[in-house]
Write a protein that binds this ligand. Sequence first.
Ligand SMILES: C[S@@+](CC[C@H](N)C(=O)[O-])C[C@H]1O[C@@H](n2cnc3c(N)ncnc32)[C@H](O)[C@@H]1O
Length: 457
Amino acid sequence: MEQRPLFDITPFVPLTARRKNVLRSPKQHGSSSRDSRPYLEELGVEILDAPQPIQFQPNTNEPVHRWSPYVQGFSAQFVQRTLDRYRAEYREPVVADPFLGSGTVTVQAKMNGYPSFGVELNPLLHFVARVKVATWKVPPDRLLETALHLPTDRQTEAPAFLQSEKHFRPPVLRNLERLKGGIDAFQPATEEDAHIRDLMLLAFASILIDCSNLKRSPCLGYAPGKFVEDDAPFTLFASKIAAIAGDLRLCQTKYRDSLDTPAEIILANSMEYQPPIGYDLVITSPPYMNGLDYVMNYKIEIGWLGFARTHQELKQLKDAMVVCDNVSKGVVRRFSGVSQRYTNSWIEHIKAEIAANIARRGFYRREDMPEIVHKYFDDMYRVMRNVAQAIRPGGRFILVVGDSLIADVYVPTDLILARIGQELGLTIERLERARVRRSGQIRSYRLRETIITLRKG
Ligand SMILES: C[S@@+](CC[C@H](N)C(=O)[O-])C[C@H]1O[C@@H](n2cnc3c(N)ncnc32)[C@H](O)[C@@H]1O
């Protein structure tokens, strides 16, 4: 017979205030499909089910895209499918992306022989995206010859704020400094040399996380138990350069007709940048409201390539971006004092609900969350207004975006952006649910990732 213990001893796990709120949430087992019904009715549209892989992950094996390991964005295949969908409609479309990131859209447009524009505010990502389209004519053998015979007796010191042993083991750090010293010793005399230097810097930047005690998945954090060999900087750099050289060969054979296709990569704030030319196809994935911090998560590469020297400079850069939910309190306070802000009835309703839920709980990660939500849509309105003006009649604006659950309030980011598009004179042509996601706060709540297609005229 089974022996039963005298007492049932269940380990005691103290419930934090946050955990209690999660367990008691009225949103447990809910879904965005249900909560978006009233918004859809008001818009007079439906969301089509169109499951498809759109995440960046497959890019890590795709030529040129794989030069940098930045994982937030969409896949080259998604961009290609979108270009193919409209192939018959536009003869030689001008393709654009106001949130270019690591440049998936401009690389893919160039492979198709389509001229393109990309705007990006993070100088590291702007650099990455530019190098991925500007260097296709570099002779692969010259790149290999230069990069694999760099002097190893030079040294460029790591930026002070990255010198901590927590980031890199000291012998690895010394080898990184020697590698960077070798790259910096290469003085470009021609345009081709400058491209070779840029490719070496890109390769250097792209191995930094693998050489560190960190991981990015997608947020940057310590990787306990990770051990990096002393010579990893040299071995990883050599294999990255070999991969880039292989892709350059491909560019010069399979994509040789596209070698001169223009791709303009602009370092600017899309809230302010007014495109000087007309766009036919805008394909973009804006930052998600409670998504990634595109500055702090890339601080290692930003620091090493000299795009910021201190945490203060990083913070200034972050504060200029479309808002994310760990933005500085000062930015949100200043926004509250602005008189000309975009809003609509949905945003006001959502803000009031979030404020009421935070007051009821008595505590929330960010008390200023209603204002952060408002600023996100104000920022997006500014970008969309500039883009909508630039789109030619018959042109399309395609956005891939995820919705959010904030303090038990559903925020239909996709539908709000679609409504903003309508207000800017665009037509909602299609809303497609590409993927179901789990809410980070309440795992049983199903969110979605939507492809919004807006059309002009
Ligand atoms: C979701 S990512 C785009 C990823 C891109 N589709 C790719 O494949 O790499 C959003 C990008 O928007 C950029 N961004 C945020 N605010 C911006 C602004 N105000 N102007 C221009 N770019 C901005 C971020 O730095 C980030 O790279």
